[in-house]
Ligand binder design. Sequence first.
Ligand code: CA
Length: 226
Amino acid sequence: MAGARVLLVEDDPAIARSIIFALERGGLTVTHSLLLGDARRQLDLRPPDMLILDIGLPDGNGLDLCREVRAAGGLPVLILSAHGEEIDRVLGLELGADDYVSKPFSPRELLARVRGMLRRAQMQAPVQRRSSDTGPFDIDIAGQRISLHGRVLALTRREFGLLSDLLQHRNRIRSREELLHAVWGSGSDRMDRTVDTHIKTLRAKLQEVAPGHDYIATHRGMGYSI
Ligand code: CA
């Protein structure tokens, strides 16, 4: 768990400083984003081991990102809220947050929660890996990693979401709408073309590892399957 990477999304500099201080003293590595836009970039660049998410952010609502992260896989999410309102807690947990802390909180309490969540995620990972037949693919939901023939694929967050969704519905055709909903969320204004574009880059990455194989089947007018 030492060295686990945490992405903190918090726009209040004083709160962010105290969280970073506590987590780094606890041996964790923290990346800090002030904005949702930057957090999305960080998640694409280098998926962390967990996410700590403020709700009220200058460029939107943290709960939206929570929903997206959930759709893409099993990254643990801890929600922070300034309001302490019951509705935020309920909404956060409904959207799949694993834990919830109301401000003000003690940094030590936060560190204990974070450690507990990382431990649970580690314990769950091997169980999830064994739970379904994914052929030459190996899914590590908690770590947001998929390997093919034992080689870890360098996937973006969306590619990971698409591939894990297809693998979870193995041998079934997933329509573009279903994939959009699962990976980009229900409120997404993305087009079907977005799915096609990401499938294309995903295919290229799979073929790098397994030349001559095409694991993703295109069903004209219907969607995709593995
Ligand atoms: Ca805030």
